[in-house]
Design a protein around this ligand. Structure first.
Ligand SMILES: Cc1cc2nc3c(=O)[nH]c(=O)nc-3n(C[C@H](O)[C@H](O)[C@H](O)COP(=O)(O)OP(=O)(O)OC[C@H]3O[C@@H](n4cnc5c(N)ncnc54)[C@H](O)[C@@H]3O)c2cc1C
Length: 430
């Protein structure tokens, strides 16, 4: 007989766990199971990120990112305060180092104000006073930006969920799912499961999981490794704020930034280089199926053509520490090559459309009994609690049956079972 629950959540990253906790809080009588293929929560993106609580400066006004990030700042602060998770609010300086960057910075400031984000213009003299080790022509100051440990937040959420009667199955990979009128049947590496509703929050595997549930995601996850360095030999007061470059509008990521860590010390990073394995944290981590998925997708080649300059520059910065350092030198010239020490990388799940466009906003795919989180890149860790609230509202609303969510492509086709589940099963997850 299949094991059962009212709601099955797939994925023990910050979004899956926040959703489990939110659902349980709304209706403690619900039987909720969360399945995670790894032996612990936050093993992938939620445990390998910059740890920055983004204020919401960058995001297109009216987007889900803009809304959930703004709400997420306060929600994350409240959660950390209530549960004793370390958090600080150093604020962020976005530093312009050339005239063209000053122009872009001004546009960014206008966007932040449109998003209702508190932002201040900082001139060169004030920048020197605020950060004597930083060089720039001007800056934007976002006081709401903070730092925390998203892995810890996910662990604490998981502990609370279990302590209130929630069920987490680690080492259980979901292979496929099929929806019938009365329930969803799910095949896992630990046997059959049946649930009234399923919510998938599978991060780097989101597109495969959507396909394994018989839907067409309409995008492919392209994995981008973000490499960091820890800074050695620095004074305690190297910087008081987080230091970011002005993002290049041609590039999808925020640029190599100098970040104070909640556990102490500083890092610079991350860059963005194509990973040859979806969960490949080292340069030589290679998976043939993952590479075939990337290189066999026309959208990848279109994206590469559209971003050729930026791809070359990212490769260069990955291959050469000196090239990487050059990026840091633009705003902090005192760092030397010998100060860059290894620090664990992260891999971002970035959804790319068949036309090569990077899908910027959060994306959900919904059917009658399943809700799949499609694209949840940065600032999804900051936004996890509002995203969870949104998911719960969608799942609870009867209207959702008639109303596909924004971006949804609820076209049915044959379920394609996952092979990653088998990989995870071989790893034997305790
Ligand atoms: C380098 C880097 C820096 C970042 N910096 C920031 C930042 O400073 N601030 C910020 O807000 N955001 C940041 N982000 C983004 C943020 O970390 C992610 O958006 C967020 O963690 C996504 O959470 P998730 O739960 O969707 O995914 P994940 O944390 O990746 O979790 C997905 C989980 O699903 C599990 N899973 C997948 N398939 C299956 C299956 N078939 N069966 C069972 N389990 C499965 C996986 O094992 C995984 O644990 C950064 C990301 C990276 C990579």
């Amino acid at each position: 007989m299949a094991d059962t629950a009212d709601i099955l959540i797939i994925g023990g990253g910050i979004i899956g766990v926040a959703t489990a906790l939110e659902l349980q809080g709304r209706d403690p009588s619900l039987r909720i199971t969360l399945m995670e293929k790894e032996p612990a929560p936050a093993t992938h993106q939620s445990g390998h990120n910059s740890g920055v609580i983004h204020a919401g400066v960058y995001y297109a006004p009216g987007s889900m990112k803009a809304r959930f990030c703004r709400e997420g700042v306060q929600a994350t602060r409240d959660f950390c305060a209530e549960h004793g998770v370390p958090i600080e609010q150093p604020g962020k300086l976005i530093v312009a180092t050339s005239e063209i960057e000053v122009e872009r910075m001004q546009a960014l400031g206008a966007r932040a104000r449109q998003n209702g984000i508190e932002i201040e213009d900082v001139d060169q003299a004030a920048l020197r006073d605020m950060e004597p080790h930083i060089n720039g022509l001007a800056a934007l100051y976002a006081p709401a930006t903070g730092i925390t440990d998203f892995k810890r937040i996910t662990q604490v959420m998981a502990e609370i969920f279990v302590s209130r009667g929630g069920d987490i199955r680690f080492g259980a990979a979901v292979l496929s799912g099929s929806e019938v009128e009365t329930h969803v049947s799910v095949r896992t590496t630990k046997g059959q499961f049946q649930a009234g509703q399923v919510i998938t929050c599978a991060g780097l595997h989101s597109d495969r999981v959507i396909r394994a549930f018989g839907q067409k995601p309409g995008y492919r996850v392209i994995p981008f490794r973000g490499e960091f360095f820890r800074l050695l030999n620095q004074p305690e007061d190297l910087v008081r704020h987080l230091i970011y470059p002005v993002p290049d509008p041609e590039r999808p990521f925020l640029g190599v930034h100098l970040t104070r860590k909640i556990a102490g010390g500083f890092t610079v990073g991350p860059n963005a280089v194509l990973a040859f394995r979806r969960e490949g944290y080292r340069l030589l981590d290679i998976s043939v199926p993952d590479m075939l998925d990337t290189f066999g997708f026309l959208g990848f080649w279109r994206m590469l053509t559209q971003n050729a300059g930026s791809a070359m520059s990212e490769l260069q910065a990955s291959a050469s520490k000196r090239a990487y350092l050059k990026r840091v030198h633009r705003y902090c010239s005192g760092i030397r090559l010998a100060d860059l020490a290894p620090y664990p990388a992260g891999v971002r799940a970035q959804a790319v459309a068949p036309d090569g466009k990077i899908i910027d906003d959060f994306l959900f795919v919904q059917t009658v009994r399943c809700l799949h989180v499609g694209n949840a890149p940065s600032p999804a860790a900051t936004s996890a609690i509002p995203i969870a609230r949104y998911i719960v509202e969608q799942v609870a609303s009867a209207e959702r049956i008639a109303q596909p969510m924004p971006g949804a492509k609820p076209e049915r086709h044959q379920p394609i079972p996952l092979s990653i589940g088998r990989e995870a099963a071989h790893r034997e997850v305790r």
